[in-house]
Design a protein around this ligand. Structure first.
Ligand code: BGC
Ligand code: NOJ
Length: 820
């Protein structure tokens, strides 16, 4: 519970009870091709597949007030106008509630006895969103019938969101709409090269009027808080060409005391075949819209679709359920973390309140990591994503850093040369195979992005070339070259940029001899982990010689790390373009970074000689705060061209000593590898969103999903979060808590039971669907230890070791593990 809301665990909803949250708190609609983002005050927009190229609604990022365009319902009751979502009028409400659920948001506002409740969702299998509206009069019996006017309103985006916000000389003259009874069609550019249009249509009531021009509905010098048409209680029902297009429907309602009236609006996207674009010359073929109207025109149909959506999420979340003693852990691991993982799968880093939808496409490293959080939920989609990603790898092993979801083509402007990129593929493929057992994916022919189709390399070829790329591109110490950057996009050791506005990632030469000096210890550790994944894949496919070769390649790299990157108490981070260490006691300001501690340990370096333990102790002493672990200390206080973007941020923010929650999860895992369950859990809780309710006015972002970053101790606002929703923290947190802390981990030969928990936990249980069977796993901790399975019984029979064999009979497996 906090001042703004609370979890409703049974309903799987976050309930916001006042609209003026510290920042807009948002949710996502849609799980397939049609998506929307929606705030607790109904702000946001929707799009078909690509947030840049197929944007339906216009949204003004960075507007004042923040988040002031969206899916609005206006009520005119006498001389008062208000919105159930509070914005944009911000008329004070008698009651307000927003429920963000899984794939839907329901906002209720009440004023002077009239309640308007609207539930927004995207039905499965449809390219549209529903605004399901209930209007109720709570006036006492015996009072008169109440007459109110209700207006549904949105502003159209002219499809390409980038062009829409810049090219006014053209765009103010191209807008086009059509209208029918109760339906407005947005058809800009349809008459020329587009084959798609959008609609905004009303069902369950007759519209008294409609509006299509923003200037008429809102006014030129007026704001959305005082739209002229609403104040006048009248729409002009006219068509428009050019300027800014809107869709608005007016409904007048007579409500008896106690009466509820229901209506709904559909906002959606349609495509027509090229040869059937028009039903009459110049008139858009509305056949696809008529199909939608037939499928979703009635309230009963809307209800049925909503139930299907609820069922979809219940089914998905039944794949993994943990019963644990900590309430915040339970709500994250069972609901919100998995929900966020699906969102990062769908949206990558494209559209949020911090990502404008016109910037980044699908990131190679981002999307590979996002898969780790969803292979257990949607294995078929994970399979396809792996193949799409691999198809953007080039034949020398490097990868396009990003690709566009609509075309699936690599983004040439950004190109390749981020030298960690190739190594995330072995991790995602191993995770997919460990989950599903499907090794046939390895033989899939995908080819390289720069090669003709005839020479179509298999996925296994891609994996091998990823390893080979790293081995081939090593620097003077034998560590992998960093290229533009490794996971830390802001450690740009070859950029030396002095030109304002130049991209840190693209500046500098990464192909000449000078670029063959800067090296990354993090990539070295990642390489060891990737080799481990590959070795297991080879063993599974009976290629023992290859497996042995990779294990020995990893072992060699471990020795290189120990020899060249051990700094005495922790692992160095990198070597710069002059060959000088970064993240070392020998730096002028003795420095320590998080990523190389984490990945050396995840790569199994220094586990038996005390080095890993020493490094983690330094992390705790020098980097940990109650809000999570900072990326490095001390922060950079001046700009340093030889280090790049990391030094561009003010101290304490983002990659400059901010708490970058993504890499915190790796330290959590590292702690479990060393058996320190109390420390792992303390770190988990230090960044757990649900645990932030207690300090929400400082934290500010949504307490139900991870944010990319929390300001570190050097910042002016320590503990303040930014960049919520689209972050690799989602997938890795789920891996950390479910596979390493709670410790049920899919392996090549079955589920591994290997928890590492706080000593005070007396036990917990996990229910998990795995390769077609339901596992009920009970963990008992009678001796109060952190780690170590002492006995394992399966269907009441004791077995050796801690791996549940795959070939057990039946569909239900009951497992009891005792720690101690
Ligand atoms: C951010 C990084 C991000 C990068 C993407 C930088 O400005 O700080 O977090 O990965 O941009 O290009
Ligand atoms: C966010 C980017 O999306 C991701 O690719 C990168 O690893 C982190 N920032 C760290 O810089």
């Amino acid at each position: 519970m906090n001042r703004y809301g609370h979890f409703d665990d049974d309903a799987r909803e976050y309930v916001i009870t006042r609209p003026d949250t510290p920042l807009p708190w948002i949710n996502y609609l849609g799980c397939e091709d049609f998506f929307g983002i929606i705030s607790n005050t109904a702000g946001g927009y929707c799009f078909y597949r690509d947030a840049r190229l197929r944007r339906l609604m216009r949204y003004r990022y960075n507007n004042v007030p923040l988040d002031s365009n969206g899916r609005y319902l206006y009520v005119k009751d006498g001389d008062t106008i208000w919105n159930p979502s509070w914005k944009p009028t911000r008329t004070e409400l008698d009651r307000y509630e927003c429920r963000h659920g899984l794939g839907y948001t329901q906002i209720t506002g009440q004023k002077d006895g009239i309640e308007v409740c609207v539930r927004y969702f995207v039905p499965l299998g449809q390219n549209l969103e529903v605004w399901d509206v209930r209007v109720t009069s709570h006036r006492p019996a015996g009072r008169q019938t109440q007459k109110i006017s209700l207006f549904g309103f949105l502003e159209w985006c002219l499809w390409d969101a980038q062009d829409d916000t810049t090219n006014f000389q053209r765009n103010f003259s191209i807008g086009q709409v059509e209208a029918q009874k109760n339906a407005i069609f947005h058809v800009t550019e349809y008459r020329e090269r587009r084959d798609h249009f959008a609609y905004f249509a009303l069902f369950g009531a007759d519209a008294l009027g409609f509006e299509t021009a923003r200037d008429r509905f809102v006014g030129v010098h007026d704001g959305l808080d005082k739209p002229r048409a609403v104040l006048a209680g009248k729409c002009e029902s006219k068509l428009t060409l050019g300027w800014a297009l809107v869709g608005a429907h007016q409904v007048d309602l007579d409500l008896q005391p106690g009466q509820t009236k229901r209506l709904h609006l559909l906002l959606g996207y349609c495509e027509n075949p090229q040869n059937r674009k028009f039903e009459k010359p110049g008139v858009v073929n509305k056949a696809p819209f008529r199909k939608v109207a037939a499928a979703l025109g009635s309230a009963a149909q809307v209800d049925e679709h909503f139930q299907k959506l609820k069922q979809y999420w219940s089914d998905l979340l039944s794949h993994y359920k943990a019963n644990v003693p900590d309430r915040n852990v339970a709500r994250m691991v069972n609901v919100w973390n998995q929900y966020q993982c699906m969102t990062t799968l769908n949206l990558s880093r494209s559209a949020s309140y911090f990502e404008s939808g016109i910037g980044r496409g699908m990131g190679y490293r981002d999307s590979n990591q996002d898969l780790l959080g969803v292979v257990h939920l949607v294995p078929e989609r994970a399979r396809q994503r792996i193949l799409d990603l691999a198809a953007t790898q080039l034949s020398d092993g490097t990868c396009y850093h990003q690709y566009q979801p609509l075309t699936k083509k690599g983004n040439t402007a950004l190109g390749s040369g981020f030298n960690d990129d190739p190594l995330w593929l072995p991790l995602s493929v191993a995770s997919y195979i460990n989950e599903t057992g499907d090794t046939t994916i390895l033989a899939q022919r995908i080819g390289y992005a720069d090669k003709e189709n005839k020479d179509r390399a298999t996925l296994l070829d891609h994996l091998e070339i990823s390893i080979a790329y790293t081995l081939k591109n090593r620097g003077p110490h034998g560590l992998p070259l960093i290229g533009h950057a490794d996971w830390n996009d802001c450690l740009n050791l070859n950029c030396f940029s002095q030109t304002p506005g130049e991209s840190f990632q693209l500046a500098g030469d990464i192909s000449g001899p000078k670029a063959r000096i800067a090296e990354s210890v993090m990539i070295a550790g990642l390489f060891c982990a990737a080799c481990q994944c590959m070795a297991e894949i080879y063993e599974l496919t009976r290629k023992t010689a290859k497996s042995r070769a990779l294990r020995s390649a990893a072992e060699k790299m471990r020795r290189v790390i120990l020899k060249t990157a051990w700094d005495g108490k922790w692992f160095r981070r990198a070597y710069d373009a002059l060959g000088k260490p970064i993240g070392s006691k020998t730096n002028k300001q003795r420095r320590i970074f998080i990523e190389s501690q984490a990945w050396s340990i995840l790569g199994r370096v220094g586990l038996n000689d005390g080095k890993a333990l020493a490094a983690l102790d330094c992390v705790r002493q020098q980097l940990a705060t109650p809000n999570g672990i900072m990326l490095q200390q001390p922060a950079f206080s001046t700009y340093r061209g030889e280090y790049g973007e990391i030094t561009s941020y003010p101290p304490g923010y983002k990659e400059n000593a901010g708490i970058f929650t993504h890499n915190n999860t790796w330290i959590q895992i590292a702690e479990t590898i060393l058996g320190r369950g109390d420390q792992a859990m303390a770190y988990y809780l230090s960044i757990c969103p649900a645990a932030k309710e207690r300090q929400i006015d400082t934290y500010r972002c949504e307490p139900y999903v991870y944010s990319q970053m929390t300001a570190g101790k050097d910042a002016l606002t320590p503990g303040e979060a930014k960049n919520s929703w689209l972050t690799g923290t989602a997938a890795w947190s789920f891996v950390s808590i479910s596979q390493y802390i709670l410790g049920i981990r899919p392996g090549p030969r079955g589920l591994v039971v290997d928890p590492c928990i706080p000593k005070s936990w007396s036990g917990f249980s996990v229910q998990r669907i795995y390769r077609g069977k339901m596992y009920q796993i009970e963990i008992k901790n009678p001796r109060g230890v952190c780690k170590g399975v002492r006995s394992l019984t399966i269907d009441r029979k004791a077995i050796n070791g801690n791996v549940i064999p795959l070939n057990l009979p039946g569909k239900q497996v009951s497992v009891v593990a005792e720690l101690g």
